[in-house]
Design a protein around this ligand. Structure first.
Ligand SMILES: [Zn+2]
Length: 411
């Protein structure tokens, strides 16, 4: 790979920008609350727009509320290389989730602007709307952009039981026009810097994670049937207690996940009829498994189904989001950028979904992670050391330069 000219992110400015944005929607519990389309979210986005306006870049806002800016390139006819993430948060969330990706992209474009440099490709920055799962599922804005929203989604309930349509109207958007956010032309590539929200990087003492793929998620409903009866008069040996039958299955989920090197979780159980004086007659277990490899997920699924069969329990798959691989060329650019800057990196999978996963429908994509202290996220305790934030931005900016040379090179 040929060496590219370098790009030096202004680290102090990035750290200051993170602090400034964190003050918008700062809540009494020490966290940040900028729920999608709320007053605070709009204020945060407005501040980001002003920062881009200072670089002579005008915002384009689509009908789902995604903001984007395009810094022009030197070569005609090339699609932009896009960078981005989100500035909305969960209620009482942290300062880095999403914000780091948007502000690092801003930092990269700011360098180009201040040095009066043009890359071959235009550089697009996207501040996605409603990434957090507050609007009937996560990644609302990027799904709108990719055209993968359910047709009736605006009628769904948002986090506060108002409809998604109500929230869109709060932000001055027309719910009937959300589908117009769909893009047909994707960027040449999409890169997202995000906090890891896990502990791997911290444990390995590495500042950068190069994401090779985003885990697939399969969810199941397992219904275990027993026999509901009086909890006082039915002798222990006469019982068919559905919860007692279901309990070992929960441990099986853990064992199967560990055996296959994936993650598996029973996150919800309904115990019916659900009364202290009635032996449980039915238990509905909601579980999910996540992993990068479809074959491994298949094997784990078969085993879980087999175990359910031993209990004569019904085993039904309720959803299946396939894993998304990062684009190999983009991964190569990220690795080269880490090596260029002398940062240790780990190749890893993302266990959580992100806007990049939705952008995979439109463009080659990849992500990079920086460490999360104690693996904590969606919490006021979310923290990434300043030097790691700057390292992430530096790798993002350098990878942008590499990609600018690699893509559409006609060679
Ligand atoms: Zn996020």
């Amino acid at each position: 790979m040929s060496r590219q000219p370098s790009l030096q992110i202004d680290g102090n400015r990035l750290v200051r920008d993170l602090e400034t944005l964190a003050a918008i929607g700062a809540d009494a519990q020490g966290g940040v609350t900028r729920i999608a389309y709320s007053q605070e979210d709009r204020e945060g986005r407005e501040w980001v727009r002003a920062e881009f306006a200072a670089l002579d870049l005008e915002v384009a806002t689509d009908s789902a509320g995604n903001d984007s800016w395009v810094y022009p390139g030197a070569e005609r006819g090339l699609a932009p290389i896009a960078l981005g993430s989100h500035t909305d948060t969960v209620p009482n969330g942290g300062r880095y989730d999403g914000a780091l990706g948007v502000l690092s992209a801003l930092a990269a474009v700011r360098v180009l602007y201040l040095e009066n440099r043009r890359l071959r490709h235009p550089v697009e920055v996207i501040n996605f709307a409603a990434e957090e799962a507050t609007m009937s599922g996560a990644t609302f804005g990027s799904r709108a952009m990719a055209g993968t929203l359910a047709p009736d989604v605006v009628q769904h309930r948002a986090w506060d039981s108002r409809t998604v349509a109500d929230h869109l109207r709060d932000a001055g958007l027309d719910p009937d026009r959300v589908t117009e956010a769909r893009r047909t032309d994707g960027p040449a590539a999409f890169l997202e810097l995000h906090i890891e929200q896990g502990r791997r990087l911290e444990t390995q003492r590495k500042p950068i994670g190069v994401v090779e793929g985003i885990a697939g998620i399969r969810r199941y409903e397992v219904t275990v049937n027993g026999y509901a009866n009086h909890a006082g008069t039915t002798l222990m040996q006469d019982r068919q207690d559905a919860l007692v039958m279901a309990a070992p299955y929960v441990l099986q989920v853990k064992a199967v996940a560990e055996q296959h090197g994936i993650v598996g979780t029973v996150g919800k159980m309904d115990i019916l009829p659900g009364s202290p004086n009635v032996i449980p007659g039915q238990v509905i277990i909601n579980l999910e498994i996540r992993g990068l490899d479809e074959d491994v997920l298949d094997r784990a699924e078969r085993q879980l189904e087999e175990e359910a069969g031993k209990l004569q329990a019904a085993f039904v798959q309720t959803s299946n989001k396939p894993p998304v691989d990062s684009d190999p060329l983009l991964v190569q650019a990220l690795v080269a950028a880490c090596e260029d800057n002398g940062y240790a990196y780990a190749r890893m999978a993302s266990g959580a979904g992100h806007d990049a996963m939705c952008m995979a429908d439109l463009a080659p994509q990849a992500m990079l992670f920086v460490p999360s202290r104690n693996g904590v996220s969606h919490s006021p305790d979310e923290y990434t050391p300043p030097e790691d934030c700057v390292a992430g931005a530096q790798v993002l900016g350098t990878a942008l330069l590499y990609l600018d040379g690699m893509l559409d090179s006609g060679r």
